[in-house]
Design a protein around this ligand. Sequence first.
Ligand SMILES: [Cu+2]
Length: 140
Amino acid sequence: MSPRRVASGLALVMTLAVCAGCRGADDVAGMKELQRLRSGTVDVVLLSPREALHQGRDTFTIEFRSTSDGSLMDVGGVKASANMPMPGMPMFGSIDVQPASGKGRYAAASDFSMAGTWRLAIEWDGPAGRGSVSFSTSVQ
Ligand SMILES: [Cu+2]
């Protein structure tokens, strides 16, 4: 076998190993938990590959987990909004939330116009009932 062939074979084996590791795993690989808030029987968790949310456009993950066993919960429709309380008038950011892989996990695309402390309101309505939480989040 040529060295190139060996290398591509190794890459394939490693890819398969990584995929086998993901399958059945309940966590998003490489994601860090930034914050968690509880509302009734639901834990709402913000996750990012980085240490914080970032100014400008960013993406992050929102998970909804059962407070009893930590499993992901189907919460149905999810909406989020962001504002920064400022003297005079609040500043508004945008967060678009879409269902991601599997129930209870959502992909969020955010746009924050400045760094600082933002209020992230997240609400849901579905099989787990209706609920909401409001995070105070540091955007870098
Ligand atoms: Cu501001």
